[in-house]
Ligand binder design. Structure first.
Ligand code: PRX
Length: 679
């Protein structure tokens, strides 16, 4: 196997200058009620207590069999947590709350359009629905412990129901974000080897009922091309009894869940007691190479980690009304909409719609009506809400005690708006830095104990010991003002176990770069490469500068440049393609595609449209480029490598750096003239 290309810091990331921001402190009222209010917790998670400190997180779970070894490091970097322990994820999220909270809301679902009734799903109802669907999956779907099932579901209660049903059976779920295309879903079905696809006929987006089932047909066809047959497509109906899609149901393959469920009414399924190390789910994400990788998360370690971080960083109490306005199709939704909040037995809001539809007040109306007191979202959403309704929150009578941001760096002025306007100056804010691979937070502040600093996520979270290395493997000291590659020095329970089906790639991507001794079984020799550039201030707080690999973070979603380029190359006219990030006021970054055509072809808007359409078809609407530039040639090194740095410089009206080593330096001015005069 070819070695994974190793990421490099860009020049802009190495030289970083910024103003230190002032600290903000939470209110005495917040501190008095916080789950982590005693500074002794920081001591308890000190390095001298590693790995046993994580027992405190694991003790938040109910185990069928207690573990005998907290951390097994015998086969690095395939760490094993809570070895010997057995538990069931669904039992922990649902069954164990019935004794005290049977009729408490687990989820309050807020559907679109706004005039549709909000639906409360109690823990009892969740229990019933999960059991029936688990019985259906086993009996009708024919799946069993260890099998994989792919979901392509939007923000509807059927998604957590499906996840928990799989978890009850020890079946590994793999949810593909609903906005991804059928082809992208098919790739993930094939990679995970799923024979069952769970989807929905349609869902509401911005007031319209979107036809979603059509994507299932594309997904099945794309999976087949890659050698994977899907036996059954289980279709939930957005309005049971009515079919919202134009796509015909395929006889013998497609089934309406609401019809089949009639045979499973009242059925219950014993939760399967799984080893702590059994995989709970796969979550695909983009990386350096073209193929998305299936990050495999464990049952015991992952659940312990999300329970602990939800409790101490999100400050979730059972009596809170918590709203994470992310999509469950991303890791944030898995960890901090479904598993973390349910493990703590709280009430969560699930929102189907778009935050700014039908107007800038929608989120604040929901917060007011439902009494939301914890709100979690991404900087992109915050920027959007600020743009469309900067003073809108003050029109609504809601009070948040705590707010979170995740997914991208947040600009200090956006942070301040979030704190002052959305939080009305009353809420503690945590900026949580982490990624799909890490299961839960890596860097943040304990809201009652560590002050907030706009633009910085904070220090490593409890039990996480980050370090920044430069390109020559030296440690970059805090307060030096220099940036480097941020790594985590130690294993932690939430870290991915492997890349599904590709253990070598897993080692290569995350551990090869800074491994000190490949034969060592001492975890200290195996730092985990996060994939971000970062700087650490003298106070120990980290500021995250963005990805160092070929990933573009658009509105908090990771898009691989290779995936964008492969999609573009499906257009017959295109000979070469390069994807670059450009600054975007709302989404942080947007994508621009540069393409060179096959000889003899003339540029034109039809080709630009074909490229945009191909990207939408292969990946999804979220990846649609802001511009497609057709250029006579790409700037290339003498060895023929496309110099994306130069193209990105042109797109951003920035310095393109040294071009003397290019094989065709004259092309730079040509492209600059073409692009910059059109912008
Ligand atoms: O670059 C970092 C950025 O998002 C990347 C991870 O993306 P994904 O796997 O999709 O997970 C997103 C939700 C956890 C990181 O490598 N990122 C995430 N959180 C922050 C961030 N950048 C700055 N500040 C954050 N709080």
């Amino acid at each position: 196997m070819a070695a994974e290309p190793q990421p490099q810091l860009s020049e802009a990331q190495i030289a970083v200058h910024w103003r230190e921001e002032d600290y903000y402190r939470p209110s005495a009222k917040f501190v008095a009620q916080a789950n982590a209010g005693d500074p002794a917790i920081i001591e308890r998670f000190g390095e001298e207590h590693f790995p046993e400190c994580f027992r405190e997180y694991a003790d938040l779970l109910t185990w069928d069999t207690y573990w005998h070894t907290t951390l097994d490091t015998s086969r690095p970097p395939f760490w094993k947590w809570f070895v010997g322990g057995r538990l069931n994820a669904c039992y922990n999220c649902v069954d164990r709350h019935l004794a005290t909270s049977r009729n408490k809301a687990a989820f309050i679902w807020v559907p679109e359009p706004e005039d549709q009734d909000t639906r409360t799903i109690t823990y009892q109802e969740l229990y019933r629905r999960v059991n029936e669907f688990a019985a259906l999956l086993r009996g009708f779907g024919g799946v069993d412990t260890g099998d994989r099932v792919t979901f392509h579901l939007p923000m509807v209660p059927e998604l957590p129901v499906s996840m928990l049903a799989c978890a009850r059976l020890g079946v590994i779920h793999s949810e593909v974000f609903g906005g991804f295309s059928g082809t992208a879903c098919g790739d993930r079905i094939a990679d995970s080897g799923s024979r069952v696809l769970v989807t929905m006929d349609g869902y509401y987006r911005g007031g319209t009922l979107v036809d979603h089932k059509a994507k299932a047909d594309e997904a099945v066809a794309a999976a087949r091309k890659l050698g994977q047959e899907v036996d059954k497509v289980l279709v939930w109906r957005r309005h049971p009894g009515q079919y919202a899609s134009k796509s015909p149901m395929v006889e013998g393959r497609d089934f309406f869940v609401d019809e089949i469920l009639a045979d499973y009414r009242g059925h219950s399924v014993e939760p399967v007691s799984m080893p702590a190390e059994a995989p709970l789910f796969l979550m695909y994400t983009s990386g350096t190479t073209g193929r998305p990788k299936g990050c495999q998360h464990s049952t015991g370690g992952y659940l312990a980690y999300v329970a602990g971080t939800s409790k101490y960083y999100q400050d979730i109490h059972p009596e809170d009304t918590y709203w994470c306005a992310a999509d469950i199709g991303w890791i944030t939704g898995h960890s901090y909409i479904v598993y973390g909040p349910l493990l703590l037995g709280t009430t969560s809001v699930l929102y189907e719609g778009v935050p700014t539809y039908p107007d800038a007040g929608r989120c604040w109306r929901i917060a007011e009506r439902l009494g939301v007191n914890i709100f979690h979202t991404a900087p992109t959403t915050i920027r959007m809400l600020r743009k469309v309704g900067p003073h809108e929150p003050s029109n609504y009578d809601y009070h948040l005690k705590h707010m979170t941001t995740v997914g991208e760096p947040i600009e200090p002025e956006v942070w301040r708006w979030y704190h002052d306007e959305v939080g009305k100056g009353e809420a503690a804010v945590v900026d949580t830095w982490w990624m799909t691979e890490t299961g839960g937070f890596l860097g943040s502040t304990l809201p009652a104990l560590q002050p907030m600093k706009p633009g910085s996520c904070g220090p490593g979270v409890l039990g996480i010991y980050p370090v920044i290395y430069d390109e020559d493997d030296n440690v970059v000291e805090a307060g030096s003002g220099k940036a480097g590659n941020i790594c985590i020095r130690n294993p932690w329970p939430g870290v991915l176990q492997t890349v599904w089906g590709q253990p070598d790639r897993f080692v290569d991507i995350y551990y090869r770069r800074y491994c000190k001794d490949q034969d060592s079984t001492d975890w200290r020799d195996w730092p985990f490469l996060c994939g971000d550039g970062a700087v650490q201030a003298a106070d120990g707080y980290f500021r995250i500068l963005g990805r160092i690999d070929d990933v573009i973070n658009v509105a908090g979603h990771r898009l691989g440049t290779k995936e964008l380029e492969s999609a573009t190359l499906t257009v017959a006219e295109v000979a070469e393609a390069a994807a670059v990030p450009v600054m975007d006021e709302l989404r942080g970054r947007a994508v621009e595609m540069y393409v060179a055509l096959n000889p003899g072809l003339a540029p034109g808007p039809e080709i630009e449209q074909k490229v945009a359409a191909a990207i939408e078809r292969e990946i999804g609407k979220i990846a649609r480029p802001r511009n497609v530039w057709i250029v006579p040639d790409m700037p290339k090194t003498r060895s023929g490598k496309i110099m994306r740095r130069v193209i990105a410089g042109i797109s951003n009206f920035a310095d393109v750096g040294d071009v003397t080593t290019l094989a065709n330096p004259e092309i730079v001015d040509d492209i600059r003239h073409h692009v910059q005069s059109a912008k």
